[in-house]
Design a protein around this ligand. Structure first.
Ligand SMILES: Cc1cc2nc3c(=O)[nH]c(=O)nc-3n(C[C@H](O)[C@H](O)[C@H](O)COP(=O)(O)OP(=O)(O)OC[C@H]3O[C@@H](n4cnc5c(N)ncnc54)[C@H](O)[C@@H]3O)c2cc1C
Length: 286
C-alpha cells in the first residue's frame, strides 16, 4: 500500500491544508445484485439463482463510490478511482455504470473457478485484486449487499490485506494521512481515527450518489475493462470457488408464516378493542 496523502477533506466540499498534490488512489469494491427482493436459492446446490433477474449495482456501493468521487473532486491532488467487482461477465455493466458516474477505471474478476465462492473466498479474490492493481491509499465498500447481506466481505478483505478497517461509516474526513470517521452504532455515534491506508465500509447516510453523466456514459462505453481470472491472481484451485469456501449450505428451508387475523369494522369496534385488550393482558403487555 502507498503512503498516506497529506490532505483534509471535509466531505461537504471544503478542503484544508494543501501540502501535497499527489492524487490518492482509491479502490471501491462494488457488487452487482439482483434488481429485486425476489432472490431465489437453488435447493440442489444451495446457491443463488441469478438467471432471469435484472441486475443493479448494490445501492450502498454507490455511496462508497460517491465518497471516492467526492475525494476526487475535493482533494488537493485529486484521486484516481478504480472500481473492482467479482462476478459473471455481465458484471461488466455494473463497472461501466460506475465509470459513467465518474470512476476512472474498473477491474472485473471473472472465472469459472470463482463459482460457488462464499464470502471468505470472495474476499480472498478481491484482496488479491486490490494487491495486484494497487497500491491504494483507501479501499471502500458498502456495508452489505442486498442479496447475500452478510456484511462480511469488506472486513474480510481488510483482514486479508492487514489493513486497519472500520464499518457503519456515515461521515469521513481525511487529513495528514489519517481518516477520521463517524460510525452509526446502536448506542449512538462512534468517532474513530485510522491511519491510511485503510478500509472503510459505508452506510447510506454518508452521501447522495450522483447520476451518470452523458460524457461519463460515452467514456464508459469506450473504456477497456481488464478481466482477471484465478491464475492472474496467482490463486490455486483450492483457494477459490466452492473448494476454497469453508461454508457449506447444508439445507435451505423457508419459514412458514401462520398469521391469522380477526377483522373488526366500525360496527364491531368496541368488541375489537375488548379483544385487543384481552390479548395484551394475556401476553402480560399491559
Ligand atoms: C457456501 C456458499 C456458496 C455460495 N455460492 C455462490 C455462488 O455459486 N454464486 C454466487 O453468486 N454467490 C454465491 N454465494 C454468495 C457469495 O458468497 C456472496 O455473493 C459474496 O460472498 C458476497 O457476500 P454478501 O453478498 O453477503 O456481501 P456483503 O459482505 O454483504 O457485502 C459487503 C460489501 O462487500 C463488497 N462485495 C461483496 N461481494 C462483492 C463482489 N462479489 N465483488 C465486489 N465487491 C463485493 C461490496 O462493497 C458490498 O457492499 C455463496 C455463499 C456461500 C456461503
Amino acid at each position: 500500500m502507498g503512503g498516506g496523502p497529506v490532505l483534509v477533506w471535509k466531505g461537504d466540499g471544503a478542503v484544508e491544508e494543501r501540502t501535497e498534490r499527489k492524487p490518492m488512489r482509491i479502490a471501491v469494491l462494488i457488487k452487482q445484485v439482483p434488481d429485486s427482493d425476489d432472490v431465489r436459492m437453488d435447493p440442489e446446490t444451495g446457491t443463488m439463482v441469478r438467471e432471469g433477474v435484472g441486475a443493479i449495482v448494490n445501492p450502498l456501493d454507490l455511496n462508497a463510490l460517491q465518497a471516492a468521487l467526492d475525494l476526487k473532486n475535493d482533494a488537493p491532488g485529486g484521486a484516481e478511482v478504480t472500481v473492482i467487482t467479482m462476478g459473471p461477465p455481465k458484471a461488466h455493466e455494473a463497472l461501466r455504470e460506475c465509470i459513467s458516474m465518474g470512476a476512472d477505471g474498473g477491474v472485473l474478476l471473472s472465472d469459472r473457478a470463482f463459482a460457488g465462492s462464499d464470502t471468505w473466498a470472495t474476499a480472498r479474490a478481491l484482496a488479491k485484486a486490490v494487491e495486484k492493481t494497487g497500491p491504494y491509499d483507501l479501499v471502500l465498500a458498502g456495508e452489505k449487499a442486498t442479496d447475500g447481506e452478510t456484511g462480511q466481505v469488506g472486513p474480510e478483505v481488510a483482514v486479508l490485506l492487514d489493513l486497519p478497517f472500520t464499518t457503519y461509516v456515515v461521515r469521513m474526513e481525511l487529513a495528514d494521512g489519517t481518516a477520521t470517521v463517524r460510525r452509526m452504532v446502536e448506542e449512538g455515534v462512534h468517532i474513530q481515527r485510522l491511519p491510511l491506508p485503510c478500509m472503510i465500509t459505508v452506510l447510506h447516510a454518508l452521501n447522495e450518489p450522483s447520476m451518470p453523466t452523458l460524457a461519463g456514459k460515452k467514456r464508459a462505453r469506450r473504456i477497456d475493462i481488464p478481466v482477471l481470472g484465478a491464475s492472474d491472481l496467482s490463486m490455486a484451485p483450492e483457494e477459490t470457488g466452492l473448494r476454497g469456501s469453508a461454508t457449506r449450505v447444508v439445507r435451505i428451508s423457508y419459514p412458514t408464516v401462520s398469521r391469522k387475523a380477526d377483522m373488526y369494522d366500525e360496527k364491531s369496534l368496541d368488541q375489537g378493542i375488548e379483544r385487543l385488550v384481552e390479548l395484551l393482558r394475556d401476553q402480560a403487555v399491559i
